[in-house]
Design a protein around this ligand. Structure first.
Ligand SMILES: NC(=O)c1ccc[n+]([C@@H]2O[C@H](COP(=O)([O-])OP(=O)(O)OC[C@H]3O[C@@H](n4cnc5c(N)ncnc54)[C@H](O)[C@@H]3O)[C@@H](O)[C@H]2O)c1
Ligand SMILES: N[C@H](CO)Cc1c[nH]c[nH+]1
Ligand SMILES: [Zn+2]
Length: 441
């Protein structure tokens, strides 16, 4: 079952903490070596390679790599009304939050006649990944698509693995979610091969694919398993990506006031994603640790995906970490930089304000990660593997770029001419200064 790491009485530096805290054995770097040939094959052979990998990894050879539009409409027609209502509420809430994320253009008047503006421009075309291996993720369709739409992106394509049970098309709820959001470019392509298809585009291999199956995109976003995250790392630079949003992580900072049953169910809720998912409890309370261990022992066998959950909890990426006090715990969770951090402790809101590295923070007993996974309004596509130290979760910012516009008049430039020449000469780039001087002779 879940192991313990005892950090009590040990004052480790942030770097030492990172080395001591649990991480999965198969990381993104190792996975990148495994998926590099997949990325190369899709780049070289397009749809032919996509069909081969679908057969190998998803157990089905899709006839239609591009989902026919009428399949989207029929999936929406057949969607369970309760699921539809849930997705619609998620869309409404996620849209409200993401509309508020739109960054503002600005103009700075630096001096009379000297102006610098900054305009935010959406990228032209995006590729959005919705996972569909061990579980199905229509909620990820919502998170990706709404954020891109609110950013103003015009061309959106979604990919999700083909399912044998759905005749080689993605899961029907994925298709229905796309239809609900008005997306009609959907591909039955999963894993690293989907990321490669978006990054490089793909030529068709069957008459129904046409000559060009998929045009390349500017940005690829979305969550996925370690192979998806690895492929995103490989194509970064060819296209933009969001964060590496790989196997799910939950860290919970809790004290003796936390309900052990809630802590245990929250750990299990995220462990059920993937055997590589990480579940970490950080607590100064030995009593809470013992009570959570006992609850886990009861609950794990009864949960639907017991084998996956047990693997995740027993893996080297999961642990109960004992700390001296909440201050110590705060340093530990900050060094870990979890995708999701729950704080179930006295003064949770004040503690949350002091966290600097986490994909998203869930404050207090009534904000479990499952709320954010579906319907809080926040985005559930979040950085994993410590990427929260330098990356944000998915949002409008993932799909826009800033363009600076510089406009000086004659007098404003002349005022600066001598200074520009002085600095240009000092850099031994005198032609730069000359380009200014030439205007005033
Ligand atoms: N960080 C986040 O924001 C976030 C959000 C939601 C889900 N997730 C994670 O997404 C993942 C979903 O994983 P999933 O597996 O269910 O679906 P997935 O769609 O990510 O992966 C399925 C694909 O993985 C590929 N694959 C499987 N085995 C492979 C191998 N040995 N080599 C190369 N490719 C292989 C196949 O192409 C398959 O189509 C989970 O890890 C979950 O925790 C993360
Ligand atoms: N917990 C996942 C992010 O790591 C998101 C998700 C979608 N569905 C259920 N959960
Ligand atoms: Zn989840």
């Amino acid at each position: 079952m879940i192991s313990r790491i005892d950090l009590r009485g040990r004052s480790l530096s942030a770097r030492e903490l990172v080395e001591t805290l649990p991480r999965a054995e198969l990381g993104v770097e190792d996975a990148a070596h495994r998926v590099a040939p997949i990325v190369d094959a899709v780049r070289a052979r397009g749809a032919e390679a996509l069909r081969e990998y679908a057969e190998r990894f998803d157990g089905v050879r899709p006839e239609h790599l591009r989902v026919p539009v009428d399949a989207l409409a029929s999936a929406l027609g057949a969607l369970d009304p309760d699921v539809r209502a849930g997705l619609e509420e998620a869309i409404r809430r996620v849209r409200l939050v993401h509309a508020a994320q739109r960054p503002q253009d600005f103009t700075v008047e630096i001096a009379p006649g000297a102006q610098v503006r900054q305009r935010w421009v959406p990228v032209r075309r995006v590729g959005l990944y919705a996972p569909g291996g061990l579980a199905v993720y229509p909620s990820s369709v919502v998170m990706n698509v709404v954020a891109a739409q609110e950013a103003g992106v015009r061309s959106l394509a979604v990919a999700s693995p083909p399912q044998k049970e759905n005749g080689g098309l993605p899961h029907p709820t994925i298709l229905a979610a796309c239809a609900l959001l008005g997306v009609d470019e959907v591909y039955a392509v999963g894993g690293a091969q989907a990321v490669a298809m978006f990054a490089y585009g793909a030529a068709g291999s069957e008459p129904q694919d046409g000559d060009v199956l998929c045009e390349p995109v500017d940005v690829v976003t979305g969550p996925g398993n370690v192979y998806v995250a690895a492929a995103k790392r490989l194509v970064r630079g060819v296209v933009g990506i969001d964060a590496e949003a790989g196997p799910t992580e939950i860290a919970i900072l809790a004290d003796a006031t936390a309900d052990p049953g809630h802590v245990a169910t929250d750990l299990i809720s995220q462990a059920e994603h993937d055997p590589l998912a990480a579940a970490v409890l950080v607590t100064p309370s030995v009593e809470l640790a013992a009570a959570v261990e006992a609850r886990l022992a009861d609950l794990v066998t009864a949960t639907k995906h017991a084998a996956r959950v047990a693997q995740s909890l027993a893996g080297p990426q999961s642990a109960i970490v004992l700390v001296d006090d909440l201050e110590h715990g705060l340093r530990v969770v900050d060094a870990y930089g979890a995708e999701h951090l729950e704080i179930q402790a006295d003064g949770a809101a004040a503690l949350a304000e002091r966290v600097t590295s986490a994909g998203a923070i869930f404050v207090g007993p009534w904000s479990p990660v499952s709320l954010g996974d579906y319907m809080a309004g926040s985005n559930h596509v979040l950085p994993t593997g410590g990427c929260a130290h330098f990356s944000s979760g998915l949002g409008v910012h993932s799909y826009v770029k800033a363009v600076q516009v510089i406009e000086y008049d004659r007098d404003a430039l002349e005022d600066l001419a001598d200074r520009i020449v002085a600095v240009a000469n000092d850099e031994d780039l005198p032609a730069h200064g000359e380009a200014v001087r030439a205007r005033f002779v």
